[in-house]
Ligand binder design. Structure first.
Ligand code: GUN
Length: 294
C-alpha cells in the first residue's frame, strides 16, 4: 500500500493561522506588534526567494517585518554593527541573518553577535547549548518543523528508532537533540557512516538532510516507516526545465514507507511557519508573557 503523504503545506497553513491569532491577542493585551528583522547580504537567487517568503509570512501573521538588504561587498564589521543596532531595537523581537553569507564574511562570527533572545534561527551557541541541556531555547526552525511533521504520523514518538542522515549545526544536530527530548533512540548518520542503507533500515523515523538528490532509495526504508525529507534539490527536468526533488527517491520510497513528506510541500512550508512561531515566542519572552502552546 502506498504511504500516506504528510501534507506540510496544509499543516503550515494551519499553524500560521494559529500564530496569527496568538499574535493578534498579544498585540491586543500589550499594544506590542512582534517584529522580525531579516538580513540578506548579496544577491543569491535562492536566498532572495527564501527571504521574500519569510517576510511575507511575517506580515501575513500580523507581525512587522524589517528587511535589510546589503551589498555582497559589505564588510563584516558593517554587518556586525547592523546586528548590534537590531539587538538594541525594542521593536525587533527576532533577527534572522540569511545564510550563506558571501566570502570573506565569517558566518559564525556574525551569528554569534546576535542576542540569543532574538536568535529565531536558534544558531547561537547559547541556544544550541540550552537545547542540548534541556533548557528553554529558541530552536532551529527546520528541525522544529520536522518533529511536528513526524508527530502528524505518530503523536507519541517515545521509544521509536530515529535515524537522522546529516550532522549539520542547522538541521542534523539540533534535530537529533529534539528527538532525544522526545525519548526516541537516536542515530546520527553521515558521509562516513558504514553501510548507510542498513542503518536506515533500522529506522521507524527516517530524516534525510544531506542535500543529495534522491540519495535515499526505497530499499533503504523499513516497511511502514515514517520518512521526513529535508532536501530541496533543483535538478534538470523535462524540456530544458528544472524541478525540485528531495534527498529521498520519492516514487520508490512511497511504496515502502507508512508515511512520507513530499518535496515541495513538506518540510519547506513548515520551516517558514516555525520562523514565525519563533518570532512570536521571542516576542512573548521579551515581554515577560507566557508563550501560547501551539
Ligand atoms: N539558509 C538555509 N537555511 C537557512 C536557515 O534555516 N536560516 C538561515 N538564516 N539561513 C538559511
Amino acid at each position: 500500500m502506498a504511504a500516506r503523504i504528510i501534507d506540510g503545506k496544509a499543516m503550515a497553513q494551519d499553524l500560521r493561522a494559529k500564530i496569527a491569532d496568538a499574535a493578534a491577542a498579544l498585540t491586543r493585551t500589550t499594544g506590542i506588534v512582534p517584529g522580525l528583522a531579516v538580513v540578506l547580504v548579496g544577491n543569491d537567487p535562492a536566498s532572495e526567494v527564501y527571504v521574500r517568503t519569510k517576510s511575507k509570512a511575517v506580515v501575513d501573521a500580523g507581525m512587522r517585518s524589517f528587511d535589510h538588504k546589503l551589498a555582497a561587498e559589505t564588510p563584516e564589521a558593517e554587518l556586525i554593527a547592523l546586528v548590534g543596532r537590531l539587538n538594541a531595537d525594542p521593536a525587533v523581537h527576532g533577527i534572522l541573518v540569511q545564510l550563506p553569507l558571501p566570502p570573506p564574511i565569517d558566518a559564525t562570527r556574525v551569528l554569534n553577535t546576535i542576542d540569543p533572545g532574538k536568535d529565531v534561527d536558534g544558531f547561537h551557541p547559547v541556544n544550541a547549548g540550552r537545547l542540548a541541556t534541556g533548557l528553554p531555547a529558541l530552536v532551529p526552525c527546520t528541525p522544529l518543523g520536522c518533529v511536528r511533521l513526524a508527530k502528524a504520523a505518530h503523536p507519541a514518538l517515545a521509544g521509536m528508532e530515529a535515524v537522522v542522515i546529516g550532522r549539520s549545526n542547522i538541521v542534523g544536530k539540533p534535530l537529533a537533540q529534539l528527538l532525544l527530548a522526545e525519548n526516541c533512540t537516536v542515530t546520527i548518520a553521515h558521509s562516513r557512516t558504514r553501510d548507510l542503507p542498513a542503518v536506515c533500515r533500522r529506522a521507524d523515523l527516517l530524516f534525510a538532510a544531506v542535500g543529495r538528490p534522491e540519495m535515499v532509495r526505497g530499499g533503504w526504508i523499513k516497511p511502514g516507516a515514517t520518512v521526513i525529507d529535508v532536501g530541496i534539490n533543483r535538478v534538470a527536468g523535462e524540456a530544458g526545465k528544472t524541478r525540485l526533488v528531495g534527498d529521498v527517491a520519492f516514487a520508490e520510497a512511497r511504496q515502502v514507507a507508512g508515511a512520507i513528506t513530499p518535496v515541495p510541500g513538506g518540510v519547506g512550508p513548515m520551516t517558514i511557519a516555525c520562523v514565525i512561531l519563533n518570532t512570536l515566542r521571542a516576542a512573548c519572552a521579551a515581554l515577560g508573557v507566557a508563550a501560547p502552546d501551539l
